[in-house]
Design a protein around this ligand. Structure first.
Ligand code: ATP
Length: 376
């Protein structure tokens, strides 16, 4: 696929010495939906703003379609930005808001009208042309803002936390809607969010940032299933990180925590016999069954139910396995044990987990991340 954007060794330090973006290099493909994800202050907005020309890097370069745009002002770049608060002109109708950019660019009235109509159809609001922003729902306002940002067919659309003004239900609808609009227009979208679910639902690729640098970039499934670092594992989705001592034998690696002995995939590399590592297991990879049988590469273990948290379609079960912390299990209801058949607090249950779904991370690194999270 052709690269539309190439960021090379971008660094940005603000006054006071804050290194907001630290040597970031990144290629973005034409038509892709890339999301920059990370906690507050990790540098995602600054990276987005440098692509838009609202901030300039101290060093490094930005190429768009092979042309160096590093020092170009925003209006010289074929890049538009949709802001968090949508920034619609309150005294203009939907149609006037959408057509504004074309009008000031001197496009004929007839053409503006035709293109605005096309955009209103595209966002599925054909009857809203004459409504003022105050007469629109928040979801409709967002679509108008999107149409305004897309009407002049930018090469790249930047979206800064586009869902932050929406309530939970509308957010879900708009995440899907925005994804559909992206697919319809075929324009490259780059979004910033701190919401991991949103990133996974909407994007082709996700770039997780930490302290100004890229921690990992890849497909949502890659980051979720095979996080390269403890930081990515902890940031994306729920995870168990259980201190475990590692035994090496001819059969491979075994992680022991309390009464639990878990086989670990050989891909985890060289770990010394007797070393202590954080055992990473996604809660839903633990299969709960009264008599879970060990299939190929799977380990079984037992634990005592400490607490249950019912959430409608699933239940979280915290198991005491005699380790430093409980093991969290996510059990999807209607896929085995249903609600009525769930074990009660104090019951002993058997579980199984496959070696290729678990990973080992550095324990000190995990402790540092958990301390950071607790302080945030
Ligand atoms: P958020 O989600 O809170 O916007 P972010 O990941 O987008 O966070 P940035 O806004 O890019 O992070 O900020 C990165 C760092 O740079 C932070 O420490 C922030 O305080 C600092 N920073 C950002 N803009 C400026 C500025 N104009 N002047 C000084 N420091 C800034």
């Amino acid at each position: 696929m052709t690269n539309i954007l190439e960021l090379s060794n971008i660094t940005k330090t603000f006054r006071g010495g804050v290194v907001a973006v630290d040597d970031v290099s990144l290629d973005i493909s034409e038509g892709e939906f890339l999301t920059m994800l990370g906690p507050s202050g990790c540098g995602k907005t600054t990276t987005l703003r440098m692509i838009g020309g609202f901030d300039y890097p101290d060093s490094g370069s930005i190429l768009l379609d092979g042309k160096d745009i590093t020092d170009d002002p925003p209006f010289r770049r074929p890049v538009n930005m949709m802001f968090q608060d949508f920034a619609l002109f309150p005294h203009m109708s939907s149609a006037e808001n959408i057509g504004y950019g074309l009008k000031i660019a001197g496009v004929s009235r007839a053409e503006v009208e035709e293109r605005v109509r096309g955009m209103l159809d595209m966002i599925e609001l054909p009857l809203m042309a004459d409504r003022m922003p105050s007469q629109l729902s928040i979801g409709q306002r967002q679509r108008i803002a999107l149409a305004r940002a897309l009407i002049n067919s930018p090469r790249v659309l930047l979206l800064d936390e586009p869902m932050s003004a929406l309530d939970a239900k509308l957010k879900e609808t708009m995440q899907v809607e925005l994804r559909h609009i992206h697919d319809r227009v075929g324009i490259t979208f780059i979004m910033v969010t701190h919401d991991q679910t949103e990133a996974m639902i909407m994007s082709d690729r996700i770039m997780v940032m930490r302290a100004g640098a890229i921690e990992q970039i890849g497909l949502a499934t890659e980051l979720y299933d095979r996080p390269e670092t403890a930081y990515v594992a902890e940031f994306l989705g729920a995870s168990n990180m259980i201190p475990a001592s590692i035994t090496r034998s001819a059969a491979g690696l075994i992680a022991r925590a309390g009464d639990m002995e878990i086989k670990v995939d050989g891909a985890e590399g060289n770990v010394d016999d007797g070393a202590v590592r954080s055992l990473f297991i996604r809660p839903e990879k633990i299969k709960l069954a009264r008599d879970a049988a060990a299939s190929d590469g799977a380990s079984t273990f037992s634990g005592v139910v400490k607490e249950l948290f019912f959430s409608g379609n699933a239940v979280r079960i915290d198991l005491d396995v005699g380790a430093d912390r409980p093991v969290m299990v996510h059990h999807q209801l209607d896929t085995g044990l249903n609600e009525a058949g769930l074990p009660g607090v104090g019951a002993t249950v058997t579980c199984s987990v496959r070696a290729d779904t678990v990973r080992l991370f550095d324990t000190a690194e995990v402790a540092a991340i958990e301390a950071e999270e607790a302080a945030a």
